[in-house]
Each structure stands twice: as structure tokens, then as C-alpha cells.
Design a protein around this ligand. Sequence first.
Ligand code: ATP
Ligand code: MG
Length: 350
Amino acid sequence: MAFEVNDSAGKLGGFAKEGQALAVCASGLSFAYPGGLEVLKELSFGVLAGSRVLLAGATGSGKSTLLRCLKPELAPHGKRSGEVLVDGLSVKEFNPQLSAGRIGFVMQDPHQQIVMDTVKAELAFGLENLGTPPEIIQRRIAEIANYFGIHSWVDRSTSDLSGGEKQLLNLAAVIAMQPRTLLLDEPTVGLDPIASREFLELVQRVNDELGITVILVEHQQEDVLTRMNQVLYLDKGQLAFDGTPREFALWLHESAHANKGALPVASRFYLGQPRESAVDASEIPLDVREGRWWLWQRVTGDGESDSVPRTRGKECLVSLQQGGVLHSQGSYACDIGWYYPWHCRCECLG
Ligand SMILES: Nc1ncnc2c1ncn2[C@@H]1O[C@H](COP(=O)(O)OP(=O)(O)OP(=O)(O)O)[C@@H](O)[C@H]1O
Ligand SMILES: [Mg+2]
């Protein structure tokens, strides 16, 4: 199996070019827990090195099982067939040390992953297990604490940390080992919205700046979809979708999928509009910024102006009502273009 983009690697979100390196390449991967039915069925897909991938699917569809199959020391026991390459190597060939260094894993429960009493000891733990010399460990801790902005609390006790701080520490401890691929299994569950957003921003930053491939399992797609290059969707252990986030939004919409309610509000609003022609996937907004821009173009009709349509309040109101939007405060000021879109209640949201 080639360690490059080719047909067997799947669609790769439609953004891959021939010859690009793959961080993960699965071919016909199936898995069954002992005495159970298959929970992963003939999965074939590829993940480009340096990309950000959302692994989505309903509860029990096999997301955690698949993620664990990518990291040998966490791989579940059971009957497995097919092949998985991570970083060009069959996962069967990874020894624990290589796996620990190359593939990072952040679990759902931040408390479960922390094993040491202090932040500094936790940051050192994985590196010590890799046999890293003490002077390099000290340097790496200083670098990573600085990078994650946690240098002021490296001497704190881990038991005093909040859930968000613990998850940040887990991420920092994993990144300290300089992995090439980072697997995250619902890492923001239990975090408040601010901590959750900060965590996702950090994940994006390590991808952007360090080039680490990210595969993220996350049910909540509001802040997530726009950050991704590719979506893999599991349905009862089968790969039901592999493509870009915008194609994914369109797929959920067109198949009237039960999960379409999890799409970002901007996508749902756009897809809920009455229209005469087919939806162009490349136009689907994935976040508030894109949604505002799309509405702005629709209201002003030009898409280039950045001035407020001060004389067009009534006109805006008509087109917005025709588009199914009602303002929560019942009035449209002249400055409508600046504030209306996402503070409105949208009739069309399902
Ligand atoms: N250790 C296990 N032994 C037997 N069956 C298991 C085990 N772990 C998971 N399963 C079963 O395998 C299937 C897939 O589970 P998995 O945890 O991978 O799904 P998931 O998509 O991560 O679900 P969730 O969204 O709830 O986390 C489910 O039917 C589950 O009951
Ligand atoms: Mg799971």
C-alpha cells in the first residue's frame, strides 16, 4: 500500500494532490470486540500529513474504537483485519516507545489521563518514559510551558487544576513528546464554552505552527467544522462520508440526516433558505463570519461594499423576511448590516 495519495486512500476531503504524504492510511480495516459483532467495517480512508480531520458519527458508531486502532498501545483487543499505516509504518510494526513518541492521544476525561502530582512532573512523565536525557527534558518543559502559556503554574499541584487546565496540561504533555499525529477523543466534553473554545484554538495552533496532523472526535460541531480540512463520518461502523466540511454539511442536509441539527448555526441557516437552484457546496458558510458575509452579499447585492447600507433598511427587512429571518427585537435600524444576522431568530432553523 502506497504511503501517498492514491485511489485506495479515499477522497481525502477532495483537497489532496497526487503524491502528497499521508499521515494515516487505512485499507479495509475491520474490527470486532471479543464475542461481538463487527464495530468497524471495511474502512478505507486517508488523512493527509498536516491536516485537521473531524471524525464524526452517532453514539456507538465506532469513533473511539477507530481512534484507538490508530495507536498500538491503546488498540482494543479483538478480531482485526485490514491494514493501517500511520506515518508510513504499519501499526503492527510500532513498538510502544515509537508509538508514544509519534502518536499523541488526548482522552475525553481530563482527570483520567493525569498521573503525576505536579504540573512539571506531568510534563516530564512521558519524556522520561521515552528515555529522554534530563537536561533535554528540562529544556523541553520550559519550551512547552512557554508555548502553552502555563509557565506560571508548572509548580502547581495537578489536583488543584480545573477541568480546562487539566485538559490543557494533557495536551501540553502530549505535545512535549513532539508527536507527528495527534488523536483527540471528545477532549472538550465537560469543559465550559470558553475553556472549550480556548482548547480548540490551541489544537488549531499546534497544527498550524508545528504541522502536527490532528484527528478529532467531537459531537459539537459549532466551533469545530470551520477549523477542519476533512470530515470522516461513521455510521454503525461503516464510513458513510469522507469529504470536506462544506460537502459534509451539504451531505447531511440533502440526506435529511438526523445529525444535521449538529451543524453550525450559519450552515443550518444557509441550507434552510428557500431556493430555486441546487445548493453550491462551496458557498455554504461554516461559521458566523462566513454567514455574515453571505447575508451581507444577499442584502446589498454586491458583496464588495464594506459600507453600511444606511438607506436600505426597509429593503433589507423585506429580503430578510422573504429569506425567513425575523429580528428578535422586531425592528431594523439603518445600521442593519452590522448587527442583524446572528442576533436574529431564524425561522428556518431545525
Ligand atoms: N470494550 C468493549 N467491549 C465490547 N464492546 C465495546 C467495547 N467498547 C465499545 N464497544 C461497542 O463498540 C461499539 C462502538 O463503540 P465506540 O465506543 O467505539 O463508539 P463511539 O462512536 O466512540 O461512541 P460515543 O460517541 O458514545 O463515544 C458500540 O456498540 C460499543 O457498545
Ligand atoms: Mg467514543
